[in-house]
Design a binder for this molecule. Sequence first.
Ligand code: SF4
Ligand code: SF4
Length: 325
Amino acid sequence: MKHDIEADWLLFTTCNYRCDYCFVPEEQLGAKVRVKATPAEWRAAFDRTGRTWLLHMSGGEPSHYPDFVELCETLTERHYLSLNSNLTGPSILRFAERIDPSRVSFINAGLHPEERNRRNGHAVFLRHAEALLKRGFRLMVTAVATPEVLRNFDAITESLRPVGLAPLPKLLRGAYAGTRYPKAYTEEERALFRQHSLAAEKASPHLFDGRRERPTIDPTLGRNFLTGLTGYGGQLCSAGQEFVWLGPDGDVGRCGRGPSMGNLLQGTARFKKKAKPCDRGHCYYFCEKFTARAAQQEWERAHPVAAMATRIKRSLVGAERKDAV
Ligand code: SF4
Ligand code: SF4
């Protein structure tokens, strides 16, 4: 999936679930759905940048976004997608039928066991997961690792047996049950997280076999932050250049909150020309990827001949793989 830039795209904040650990405030989860642009207008805005995008669609719950499949269909003609979804929207079945899996990097299907049980939603989850798997989408099931989830992890794993996927625990971050995570995990909970994360990673070669890029939303990273998150202030990072945060109305930022870099729908977005020191703090998942990318850029600048040789080798291996297919 050769792309120039990746976006963490908050499509909208509305969601049909009410998970206790959600970052989105309750009134925004219940907000009336307002669409800021048609699928054709979004497509034109991305195309106008002259770049190929990998768009990580998140929310809220994207599968309830109006014209969700039409939006994905037009965007994937030229760009790539990845998706964060609770798989509740009926549009998931049309997505599975109409979208080309080779244009989708991965789908992170959030299980949210407590909320799903409350709504008797497990059968729908399995049906939608099965439809996606049948068409060859790279599906990853995650469960936010609350203490309750960690205690019940074996039963949660068993509940996914019909689709043959191993759930990955996802680090609990921020306020939950009157305390703050991940600092509040007990030693026993940390050990359970490591155990289930390692087992699920091993059982998921379609995500972690090393032949394809790991999902940007990589829940196995949680194992590195079980006692607290790291600050990235001052580290060289290519966010703003190779990655941006994109809001529902087209506003672009380097990552998360911070000064605006313009508006994509209005054609005023301006991107950084090179990696710059981090002026934020921690933008989970993306920090790891884009500080590593910045380090790679530095190495390539210092070793131009070796970098060229590596690029040629990679393109030859890619061509061989295509021939093999
Ligand atoms: S499904 Fe996701 S967006 Fe919806 S309430 Fe739960 S965590 Fe929040
Ligand atoms: S918070 Fe993370 S992604 Fe954002 S600039 Fe800093 S290191 Fe990069």
